[in-house]
Design a protein around this ligand. Structure first.
Ligand SMILES: [Zn+2]
Length: 114
């Protein structure tokens, strides 16, 4: 029992650090993205100026997805569902949670989707 509690305390601090890192990173990506865009001449042109750098777009998408996972894991910690697979309901192993604190599925379910 004590081990599970320790694991959750560790997970919360790891996830909190990760959330701060990812949201700062996302903000930086958005700033870079705006900088790389030419200023539209007028509102009519804005629609055609939406061709963003695909690399930054991709980075923004994956960072936002990762951030969403981290926030979901934090919510699950609060609602006491942390460490329980969202798909099959099995306990997620402590090793997996240490490696991937934001994991919401057990290794079997994760591999089934890989
Ligand atoms: Zn599972």
């Amino acid at each position: 029992m004590a081990q599970i509690v320790d694991c959750r305390v560790d997970a919360r601090s790891a996830l909190t650090v990760r959330e701060a890192y990812l949201s700062a990173r996302l903000q930086q990506i958005e700033t870079d993205r705006r900088r790389s865009e030419p200023l539209p001449q007028d509102f009519e042109d804005q629609a055609t100026e939406q061709e963003n750098d695909p690399v930054l777009d991709n980075l923004a998408t994956t960072t936002a997805a990762e951030l969403a996972d981290v926030r979901l894991a934090l919510q699950r910690l609060d609602s006491d569902q942390y460490g329980v697979c969202s798909e099959c309901g099995a306990a997620i192993s402590a090793e997996r949670l240490r490696a991937v604190p934001e994991a919401v599925t057990c290794i079997d379910c994760a591999l089934a989707h890989a």
